[in-house]
Write a protein that binds this ligand. Structure first.
Ligand SMILES: [Zn+2]
Ligand SMILES: [Zn+2]
Length: 334
């Protein structure tokens, strides 16, 4: 059965193609099907979202809430986040994905649902259907079944991961004051030979070149005034890019690195300015940015985890390396 859905203000218009077009305007739509529901958006890849779906509309936009079984969700997140990595790295990611979900179930990150499917929570592209894409490897989730990371009070802990740390990770409470994750400490992500585990990643060291005037404009929301591109100053206060000094001859302001990174990522592309750990040098009318790592640098380094797995470390050793202060719990957590 195919149902075409459209948002009309606060109502959902559902049109059924079978037996001639029939449309109904509803305050909300509940779908419960024996086969998994596949959701297709114009131009998007069809995604499979389990058997039960609720659809609402707000301002003409559709809001879909799907009920998904936890282990299927974990397998799908691992597939999306770390599909090509060795198994032990995927198992480590599965433990994180499950911990993240467990925490969100206790402490929902959204109104009406613990998690969203976007990067804001964890990337989730649906429970793949063989007809619409690669099938998902269930092993990383199955072989770590019900394992989560807990804090001292036995609650699922907040966990974080990122693509490439560049050689060391950053403590959560430093990167985000108020993160309330004191056990998420910084580690040196270094192999016995002293080199970074993630050195094979294309993001271990990176370089970008941006126009100085464009950079000055992009920084305006952070300093709340216009900046003179000729005397622009953009300097890390510490080696981790946790706090930055931004300004020009007229004055300098301290800005959190996390805000700087998201601002520059939006302005120039997250594949250009990839982390908050970089140096910026003036060259003519341009600014050359040389950085380390991709992402916020907190928690597990995915490139490092893959390299560790390649070198023979198992999932628990990988988890212990990136989260030395957390404990692993096996068994029911709900
Ligand atoms: Zn979210
Ligand atoms: Zn790393």
């Amino acid at each position: 059965m195919i149902v075409r859905l459209e948002g009309r203000g606060r109502r959902v218009r559902a049109c059924y193609a079978e037996g001639g077009p029939r449309c109904r305007d509803l305050p909300e739509l509940e779908l419960s099907c024996e086969v998994p529901v596949v959701l297709a958006t114009p131009g998007g890849t069809p995604r499979t979202f389990g058997h039960r779906l609720r659809v609402k509309a707000q301002g003409g936009r559709l809001k879909v809430t799907a009920r998904v079984e936890v282990e299927g969700y974990v397998a799908a997140v691992v597939h999306k986040e770390l599909g090509n990595a060795p198994l032990e790295a995927k198992k480590a990611q599965a433990i994180l994905a499950r911990t993240y979900a467990a925490r969100a179930i206790q402490d929902p990150r959204h109104e009406g649902a613990p998690l969203c499917d976007a990067q804001h929570c964890q990337a989730f592209a649906g429970l793949f259907h063989s007809k619409y894409g690669a099938s998902i490897d269930p092993e990383p989730a199955q072989s770590t079944l019900s394992e989560i990371l807990i804090e001292s009070d036995d609650r699922p802990t907040p966990v974080f991961f990122h693509a490439t740390c560049g050689g060391r990770t950053v403590a959560a409470n430093r990167m985000w004051p108020g993160a309330q994750a004191p056990d998420l400490v910084a580690i040196d992500d270094r192999a016995p030979d002293g080199s970074a585990w993630c050195k094979g990643s294309a993001h271990h060291r990176w370089r970008a070149k941006v126009d100085a005037a464009e950079l000055a404009r992009a920084l305006v929301p952070l300093v709340e005034r216009s900046l003179d591109p000729r005397t622009l100053r953009l300097v890390q206060e510490d080696d981790d890019g946790v706090v930055w000094r931004i300004g020009d001859r007229a004055g300098i302001r301290r800005v959190p690195g996390a805000r700087l990174q998201s601002t520059l990522g939006r302005a120039f592309g997250y594949d250009q300015v990839r982390s908050a750990r970089f140096t910026a040098r003036r060259r003519g009318t341009s600014v050359v940015i040389e950085g380390e790592g991709l992402g916020h640098g907190v928690g597990l380094c995915q490139a490092g985890a893959a390299a560790r797995a390649q070198a023979g470390q198992d999932a628990h050793a990988i988890i212990e390396a990136y989260f030395p202060k957390l404990r692993l719990k096996t068994g029911p957590w709900r």
